[in-house]
Design a protein around this ligand. Structure first.
Ligand SMILES: C[S@@+](CC[C@H](N)C(=O)[O-])C[C@H]1O[C@@H](n2cnc3c(N)ncnc32)[C@H](O)[C@@H]1O
Length: 179
C-alpha cells in the first residue's frame, strides 16, 4: 500500500467523508467500491448501528475490502458481489447515502445503462437521501445535468482531498438529494 493510501486511510478519509455528509448510524451504499478506500472510512463513521454495503463486480477488489474491514475489526461492512448487472439487491428506500465515486463515467456506463443505474439508485434511496458523486473523467456540468435529470436535486459542489489511483489529489465532488 502506497504512502498516500496509508495517509488517506489514517488521516483524511474519515474527516473528508464526514464533511461530505455521512453521519453515525446511516446505511450507505458504496456502488463500485473497488478496493474500499471510501468504504472503510464510511464504515468507521456510521459505527455499529450503521451499515456500508460495498458493491462491486470485481471479486479481487471485494476480497481486499473484506480483509481490510476485518483487520480493522469493522463488522458493519456487507459485501455485495454482482456480475455488473444494474439491478441492485437492496430493498426500496433502504439507504441514506449512496457513493458513486469514479464509477459512472463512460468507461463503465453508456448513457442508457447509466440512466438505468440511476433509476435503481433512486429506488433504493430513502427520501432525502444523499447521493455523493465523484465525477472523475467527466465534465462537471455534464455530470450535474445527468444526475439532476434522474430526479435528484443538486445540493452542493465540494473541493476536497481525495484518493484516486492510490494518490491524494484535490478534486470536486457533487452532492445531490433524492427528491
Ligand atoms: C475506478 S474504480 C473506483 C473504485 C472506488 N469507487 C474508488 O473511487 O476508489 C470503479 C469500480 O467500479 C466497479 N464497477 C464498474 N461498473 C460496475 C457495475 N456495473 N457493477 C458493479 N461494479 C462496477 C469496477 O469493478 C471498479 O472496481
Amino acid at each position: 500500500m502506497g504512502s498516500d493510501t496509508k495517509k488517506w486511510l489514517k488521516q483524511y478519509g474519515e474527516k473528508v467523508l464526514k464533511e461530505v455528509g455521512i453521519t453515525k448510524n446511516q446505511n450507505v451504499l458504496d456502488f463500485g467500491c473497488g478496493s474500499g478506500y471510501y468504504t472503510i472510512p464510511a464504515a468507521q463513521i456510521v459505527g455499529n448501528k450503521g451499515k456500508v454495503y460495498a458493491l462491486d463486480k470485481d471479486r479481487v477488489c471485494l476480497n481486499e475490502v473484506a480483509k481490510s474491514g476485518q483487520s480493522r475489526k469493522l463488522k458493519n461492512i456487507q459485501i455485495i458481489a454482482t456480475s455488473g448487472e444494474l439491478k441492485i439487491p437492496l430493498q426500496d428506500e433502504s439507504v441514506d447515502v449512496v457513493l458513486l465515486y469514479d464509477v459512472i463515467h463512460s468507461y463503465y456506463f453508456s448513457p442508457t445503462t447509466r440512466k438505468e443505474l440511476l433509476r435503481e439508485i433512486h429506488r433504493i434511496s430513502n427520501h432525502n437521501a444523499l447521493i455523493s458523486v465523484y465525477p472523475r473523467h467527466m465534465d462537471l456540468q455534464d455530470a450535474q445535468d445527468i444526475i439532476e435529470n434522474a430526479n435528484f436535486n443538486f445540493e452542493q459542489k465540494l473541493f476536497k482531498a481525495l484518493l484516486h489511483d492510490n494518490s491524494l489529489v484535490q478534486d470536486y465532488l457533487l452532492n445531490f438529494r433524492k427528491k
